[in-house]
Design a protein around this ligand. Structure first.
Ligand SMILES: Cc1cc2nc3c(=O)[nH]c(=O)nc-3n(C[C@H](O)[C@H](O)[C@H](O)COP(=O)(O)OP(=O)(O)OC[C@H]3O[C@@H](n4cnc5c(N)ncnc54)[C@H](O)[C@@H]3O)c2cc1C
Ligand code: SF4
Ligand code: SF4
Ligand code: SF4
Length: 440
């Protein structure tokens, strides 16, 4: 087999654990020399490779240069001064269309924005994801061109989906497109657009999702195993099915719906999942807010003084670029989006826990790993100052996540936490939260 200089190749071919599995290298390769394996890691066909070096240049896995991405997105090199990145206006809102609102993970706003762009003829297709119809424990990327396809793309699939592999098809398809993806996928997209003016011209709007962590692609199968269900017994899987904020559940082939965890998404399950199934690269990722999107979207978890959610079935939207602001304003004017401008209200600037996880723990982890000569991505942002308590908190989080990498520990632990006995932990968590709010 032909030997290729590793410096010309994307990071997965030298440091597997630094790969975000964004799919950019597979989407970029001009000769189709990169495919993806069953866990979505790239596989190289060395004989087909022309050693052009493009996949290395567009790979966001091993190195993320925030200032370069700032220049590519905003046309300047001013560093962001807060965790959320550069923001022009902040909104809280929901889809004007009731069906799209009900179908969304939050307020259905990503789909509402995309449907508005399609309907007004501003784009010809939308790059989105859906649960794979034939293997409903996995996700896949598609170009949606109709309302039905967009509706099927709703909901957060908290699993790795190599969205940017679709860019090969986009390159070969005429038209204009809207894109929705996670922060690392936005990094890869921006880098590839810098290499390809034709692609840049085609991608009209980039919508980014906040992201604390994705989950390993085997998570749904293991959840089913814990409940004694075989993957081939299901025809659907939802991370946030039913009433907001949703529950993790599977739809069996006979139509019965099986809930896979006793609490709702927010009050239990997601915490276990992000500790036990977080991929190595996500543990060292420091962009939690999709800083380089035109518009970034997050859940609106804001609570009142009693601890009740202020915004059920709402999302928070950060308009970052002139294009993002324009798309937001037009969607509000057309009624596609119902949203209030909360730019002046500092309470909406960050989510406390999310900021701690991605703004503090992850950079501390990167610094610690690199200091010990271990592999971690290279960033052009220094790690923040941290107290001894914060340093200890990062070490504890890392230790739990390391246990999650061992299947023989993860599976029984997860089975216990998601069983009836786990309800006790959910109740303790809810009680601690309610005390916190009563004390305020
Ligand atoms: C892995 C992951 C981690 C997240 N972490 C956070 C977080 O920490 N804090 C927070 O506030 N919000 C987080 N979100 C975003 C949040 O869950 C909602 O997706 C977001 O608020 C949009 O909701 P919506 O109702 O407006 O969108 P919907 O109308 O439900 O549309 C969802 C859109 O997200 C896209 N999408 C879903 N799953 C994926 C995926 N795996 N990869 C790429 N695109 C996908 C779909 O294609 C669709 O376009 C995360 C989402 C994901 C997928
Ligand atoms: S042809 Fe270029 S883009 Fe494709 S694998 Fe080889 S170096 Fe990477
Ligand atoms: S481009 Fe994405 S999928 Fe390819 S090696 Fe880099 S991080 Fe991994
Ligand atoms: S945590 Fe970072 S690397 Fe992982 S999926 Fe989210 S944006 Fe990508």
């Amino acid at each position: 087999m032909k030997k290729i200089d590793p410096n010309l190749l994307a990071i997965a071919f030298t440091e597997h654990d630094l790969c975000t599995r964004c799919g950019t290298c597979a989407g970029a390769c001009p000769v189709g020399a990169i495919t993806l394996d069953e866990n979505f890691f790239p596989v190289l066909s060395a004989d087909a490779c022309t050693e052009c070096g493009l996949c290395a240049r567009v790979c966001p896995g091993g190195r993320v240069n925030f200032l370069d991405l700032t220049e590519l997105t905003f046309g300047h090199r001013n560093p962001a001064t807060r965790f959320d990145g550069h923001v022009v206006a902040t909104y809280v809102g929901y889809a004007g269309d009731k069906q799209l609102r009900r179908g969304g993970a939050g307020g259905g706003v990503i789909t509402a924005l995309m449907w508005d762009l399609l309907q007004r003829g501003l784009v010809d297709g939308c790059i989105v994801t859906r649960i794979k119809p034939q293997q409903p424990w996995l996700g896949e990327v598609l170009i949606a061109r109709s309302r039905e396809e967009l509706r099927a793309s709703q909901q957060s699939k908290y699993i790795i989906i190599p969205v940017n592999e679709i860019l090969a098809a986009v390159r070969d398809t005429p038209g204009r497109f809207a894109f929705a993806g996670l922060p690392c996928q936005v990094h890869g997209l921006r880098l590839l657009c810098a290499e390809s003016p034709a692609l840049k011209e085609k991608i009209r709007v980039v919508i980014g999702l906040f992201c604390a962590s994705s989950l390993e692609p085997y998570v749904a199968r293991e959840m089913l195993t814990c409940r004694g269900i075989k993957p081939d017994q299901i025809r659907g899987f939802e991370f946030r099915g039913g009433a907001w904020p949703g529950k993790i559940r599977a739809t069996l082939r006979d139509g019965r719906i099986k809930q896979l965890h006793y609490s709702n998404f927010k009050d239990g399950a997601i915490n276990y999942l992000t500790y036990l199934f977080s991929p190595p690269r996500c543990q060292t990722c420091i962009d939690g807010a999709a800083e380089f999107a035109d518009i970034s979207v997050s859940d609106a978890w804001t609570r009142d003084e009693f601890g009740n959610y202020c915004f059920e079935s709402h999302s928070k939207l950060l308009a970052r670029t002139p294009r993002g602001v324009e798309v937001m304003k037009e969607a509000i004017a057309s009624g596609a989006l119902v949203a209030s401008d909360v730019t002046a209200n500092r309470a909406y600037q960050t989510h406390k826990l999310h900021t701690q996880k991605k703004g503090l723990n992850s950079p501390l982890r990167v610094g610690r790993l690199r200091g010990a000569g271990k592999i971690a991505p290279l960033y052009d942002r220094p790690a923040p100052e941290a107290s001894a308590r914060e340093v200890l908190a990062e070490r504890m989080e890392s230790a739990i996540m390391a246990l999650g990498r061992v299947r023989s520990i993860r599976l029984p632990l997860f089975k216990f936490l998601t069983s009836r006995y786990g309800i006790l932990f959910v109740k303790i968590r809810q009680w601690r939260k309610s005390r916190k709010y009563r004390r305020k």
